[in-house]
Design a protein around this ligand. Structure first.
Ligand SMILES: NC(=O)c1ccc[n+]([C@@H]2O[C@H](COP(=O)([O-])OP(=O)(O)OC[C@H]3O[C@@H](n4cnc5c(N)ncnc54)[C@H](OP(=O)(O)O)[C@@H]3O)[C@@H](O)[C@H]2O)c1
Length: 261
């Protein structure tokens, strides 16, 4: 399928590893140029830069100024056609919801919600200047399946889904489509890294990280985690004009993890 993405300029946040790196690679494969934001680059991203398909911008997207710096770098390359708000992180908190401090709430919401608000606010004038385009948010099943031990992350992802739908209503008439994806567990360092969710759950419950992974996987009808590549394929499709009348949608990619309609 030709996705008509050749020559498009795409901004991807959280592009250095995991889902964001797979999204970056998928856009490059489709012929787009990616302006890739994260705090630190990686060998994989450096290889794409060396090939001329990617420009890495070092930015802390949880700060007020980080998103604007990333968008300015993309604008300097000619404009923006697609924005993927993907940066995010989760820290499990096992001392109960009442123990979550203001600082922890603010930190979680700054990265998982406000970074997308700020990046989108800076990017939309550039997308409009190109005659329209597409925005995709990396949400989570935790927007509709909130958990007590990731209360701040769950609330941030719910806010992100709401924000995306509001955006789709205002900017649909001007040619910008806005959609979200809602992954269940995905095989990245967020889950599987040394300090990932599996390790945190294992330590809190006196089980092994492998058992924590097996337990999460068993919650999916397919019995397995989603791969970053599978998420990336969905994002690229939603971003492309092959999904031309899809807007305001949240598409689950969770192996059947969410058990409701
Ligand atoms: N993995 C899952 O099971 C899963 C499920 C549902 C939703 N998601 C969502 O998918 C997205 C990507 O997650 P992932 O699993 O790919 O995680 P990951 O492997 O940990 O990658 C996270 C990316 O975000 C970047 N990032 C983190 N903090 C940042 C900051 N302050 N400023 C700029 N960039 C920052 C990281 O780069 P630096 O650290 O270098 O900044 C990295 O590129 C997140 O929004 C996450 O909530 C993941």
């Amino acid at each position: 399928m030709d996705l008509n993405l050749t020559g498009k300029i795409v901004v991807v946040t959280g592009a250095s590893k995991g889902i964001g790196l797979a999204i970056t690679e998928a856009f490059v494969e489709a012929g787009a140029f990616v302006v890739a934001g994260a705090r630190r680059s990686t060998p994989e991203l450096q290889a794409l830069e060396a090939a001329g398909s990617v420009a890495f911008v070092s930015a802390d997207l949880s700060t007020p100024d980080g998103p604007a710096a990333l968008v300015a770098a993309a604008a300097g390359r000619g404009g923006i056609d697609v924005l993927v708000n993907n940066a995010g992180a989760v820290k499990a908190r096992f001392d109960g919801i009442l123990s979550v401090t203001d600082e922890q709430w603010e930190s979680a919401l700054a990265l998982n919600f406000l970074s997308a608000v700020r990046t989108t606010r800076a990017a939309i004038p550039h997308i409009l200047a190109r005659g329209g385009g597409s925005i995709v948010m990396t949400g989570s099943v935790n927007a509709v399946l909130p958990e007590w031990n990731i209360v701040d992350y769950s609330a941030g992802k719910a806010a992100l889904a709401s924000y995306a739908l509001s955006l789709s209503k205002e900017f649909g008439p001007q040619g910008i489509r806005v959609n979200s994806i809602a992954p269940g567990p995905v095989s990245t360092s967020l889950w599987l890294g040394d300090d990932g969710i599996a390790a945190q759950v294992a330590s809190a419950n006196g089980i092994s990280p492998d058992d924590a992974v097996a337990s999460a996987a068993s919650g999916a009808s397919t019995g397995r985690f989603t791969t970053p590549q599978q998420v990336a394929d969905l994002v690229v499709f939603l971003a492309s004009d092959r999904s031309g009348n899809t807007t305001g949608s949240t598409v689950r990619i969770d192996g059947g993890y969410v058990p409701t309609i």
